[in-house]
Design a protein around this ligand. Sequence first.
Ligand code: AMP
Length: 623
Amino acid sequence: MATGAVGHNVGLAQIALTQRERHMTAFTGQHAAEPIHKGPASGLAPNLEDYDLARSQFSWASARAELAGLPGDALNIAYEAVDRQADGPLADTVALRFLDLGGVAAELTYAQLKRATSRFAGVLEQLGVARGERVFVLAGRIPELYVAALGTLRHGSVFCPLFSAFGPEPIEQRLRLGDARVLVTTVTLYTRRVAGLRPRLPGLAHVLLIGSDAEIEALPGTDDLRALMDRAPDHREPAATAPEDMACLHFTSGTTGEPKGAVHVHEAVVGHRATGRMVLDLHPGDIFWCTADPGWVTGTSYGIIAPLTIGATCVVDEAELAVDRWYGILQDQHVTVWYTAPTALRMLMRAGAEVAHEYDLSALRFVASVGEPLNPEVVHWGQEAFGLPVHDNWWQTETGGIMIANYRSMDVRPGSMGRPLPGVEADVCRRDADDKPLLATDGSLELASEGEQGELVLRPGWPSMFRAYLGDPVRYSERFVGGWYLTGDLVRRDADGYFWFIGRGNDVIKSSGHLIGPFEVESALLEHEAIGEAGVIGKPDPVAGEIVKAFVLLNPGFEPDEELRRDILAFSRRRLGAAVAPREIDFVDVVPRNRSGKIMRRVLKARELGLPEGDLSTMEPGS
Ligand code: AMP
């Protein structure tokens, strides 16, 4: 979840046809629908009424049976998310309601979304894109992003979102690692961040641009997405993809090496729908607002797929967080279910519960949060501000969907991530001094006892589980030991089976809900002429959870002064983009390393926080 820029409350629901809607009209072939309806009343019974009963009765086979599927055991996410509704009584229900930066609203009903995604799939077909090839989208939360995502899935190629705040380096790396064949982006993002990369990306055959005809014409090697879509047919059947065919590729950062492309398949939709129902309590007709950007896995699994498979209306806001704007959206859109992030809630909390009380939030039935630890104070504040607790849940890019949650029908234990999803077995394993899982003599994992800290492990087998790190079988297989998937997070479990998050088991940084690999940042810093060595950590921050902080050792001949600090900050923002670049830089005389040359980030962190440096036996002398 990115936070940042501004906006103020506008009467979004009342605004008449404007630029964006005219554009959408061209896009979908229809006028935007009339004002939205209210979602189901708050008296609605929870989908999951009794956790223990649901856990004992649940099976993934029965969750799979609730989907329609396609002939010949084929399964296509786009069919489940779009056509199933478009071909039934929900055809004219709004599937996606977009609010643009100016506060102007535009809508796509399920029927319109079916046509738009058919056209997009038709464009890919005409371009000769093959099933399984990667279609990247680099854009803010605009309608084209959503149409491209579902159109790609309909076509049978693979949707790969890129966060629009990425700078050229993370973009190039991901396009290269993901073997991009097609990129959909805007004229502005293309000219500023991608055009210069083209010579190094020979496999990128097609760049489809969103912008004015004249601008696009002036850019060689690109095509006009709208013009191509205008020529494509209104109907195209979803590809008969097999459940195990690759559907989405989401990049995630590790402590070392390049980002990893987590491969997700069409079968994942079974998990998306089941969790949308059981955890987010989505019902047909709900007005659902997931504030996450599809550039991160939450914004795809829950900002697009899950709610549409259930027949909800998704609100999509193009702007970043601004207190009045967000409350205005909750009120004017009659949002019934809201899925957001702790950083965002903490920012709202700072403005005070009384601001929330200025708005009519009576439509709101359920509030959930994900991505970082949710401090108990926020849960209590939610009760005061909305009359509802905030329901924390836990998952990660690799799991594809929610794994541990506080459910609507269960009391929230503030500070706890909740209990495992029905159909998911979670446990805690002990770790040795090197942070590796402890194995018993028979090769099984040594599991922790109640209340004991250890690594969260999950028994593989749920449908939205990642199937590979693209092109990296070794890193993938390292995530599985003794029949369990290792999550890399440290937790404990209490006597009632609630899980409590303790921290990440590695050096990966979580800033405003974004996972950032320190290695990626260090590598970019080393390209600055003044920097000889760099170590990067997540520094605790009361709002963002963590911020990226770098410690740099200068090359001979460079003086550590304010001007150089500002130059390094600006350099890294240009390279990495605002979401990834360090916010603080310290000049140091030495970057601590262990004897094998690995940067000891935990030592940097301990020094930063004034904490004991721990076991230094492996540290290189002089560090
Ligand atoms: P990502 O793969 O970017 O979705 O990040 C996943 C990581 O975010 C997890 O491994 C956790 O470290 C963190 N995370 C996600 N949800 C929670 C939560 N509810 N509480 C604490 N940390 C979380």
